[in-house]
Design a protein around this ligand. Structure first.
Ligand SMILES: [Cu+2]
Length: 307
């Protein structure tokens, strides 16, 4: 009964419709807070106008040093504090506690690493073996945006995709968030989920999409001149569509080592040295050349973020 007008205020404020399991709880808190603040605004404004008229100079030429003697304002203020305390302690903190402490079982969840960079999101998926390959910051290059170690046995089937992440509907998604450069924030407004991406830290977050569709991923921290363009897409698929997408990514991204071809060398931005012998690494000038003992390279992602 009360939810129809309540929903109006979120819509009026331009909030995208919720698509996650826990999101409606957040929406209720936001709705209630806005109505409560609206009531306070009207109440305090009316009181202010009343005071201006009631205590005008012509009616009160001499100041009254005793002031108000009844306790109405004290009771009102206490009621406001009580409602705010209930909102915070009763709803907001328990909801936050659930979000950060009660992670879903990793066996049922989709596990993804999201690595922010100026200005895009890289997603690292474990591939068919379900294991993430080792990442090393020193290995990050134009062809290896997440620094995947070519010698890591778990890493050979890993998938690296830029800016578009697919997940199946009705499965919890756990994302380990990190950053390569500055502080970003992985935010999916439709999932009512956001988490800072901090260089040197890996911070997990989770949500459970309950509606298929495409939802915008944005960077929630001002992170540089291109911050506005740091957008990605979260596509929530049906289970079949998700398997299809995974298969396609594996075909495109996995497979045997691709030696550096002339086009790929030509693709590199001006001033960038040619790729090293081990794919994804560029040896510093003067470093002794080391042959890749495994002969394997890093899978080359198909869609790179814009440089
Ligand atoms: Cu950013």
């Amino acid at each position: 009964m009360i939810s129809a007008p309540l929903a109006l205020i979120n819509e009026f404020l331009g909030q995208p419709p919720n698509a996650s399991e826990h999101g409606y709880q957040i929406d209720h808190i936001i709705e209630f807070s806005h109505w409560f603040m609206g009531a306070l605004f009207v109440g305090w404004s009316a009181f202010f106008v009343y005071v201006l008229i009631r205590f005008r100079k012509s009616r009160n030429p001499v100041a009254d040093h005793e002031g108000v003697k009844n306790g109405v304002s004290t009771h009102l203020e206490f009621a406001v504090v009580l409602i705010e305390a209930v909102l915070l302690i009763g709803f907001a903190i328990p909801l936050w506690g659930k979000f950060v402490n009660e992670f879903p079982d990793t066996k049922d969840a989709i596990l993804v690493h999201a690595i922010g960079q100026q200005f895009g999101w890289n997603f690292h998926l474990p591939g068919p073996d379900g294991q993430f390959g080792r990442r090393e910051l020193a290995l990050v290059s134009n062809t290896n945006p997440i620094g995947l170690d070519p010698n890591s046995p778990e890493g050979h089937d890993d998938l690296v995709v830029a800016n578009e992440l697919h997940v199946p509907v009705d499965r919890p998604v756990i994302i380990d968030i990190s950053s390569k450069d500055v502080i970003h924030n992985f935010a999916v407004p439709s999932m009512r989920a956001a988490q800072d991406a901090i260089p040197g830290q890996i911070i997990p977050m989770w949500f459970k999409p309950i509606k298929t569709g495409s939802y915008e991923i944005v960077c929630g921290q001002l992170c540089g001149l291109g911050h506005y363009s740091m957008k990605g897409m979260l596509v929530v698929d049906t289970q079949e569509e998700y398997q299809e997408w995974l298969k396609e990514r594996i075909e495109l991204g996995g497979g045997p080592v691709q030696p550096p071809t002339e086009e790929r060398v030509a693709d590199r931005p001006e001033g960038e040295p040619p790729p090293g012998e081990i794919q994804g690494t560029v040896l510093p000038p003067g470093a002794p050349k080391v042959a890749d003992p495994t002969g394997a390279g890093t899978p080359v992602p198909q869609n790179q973020p814009p440089p």
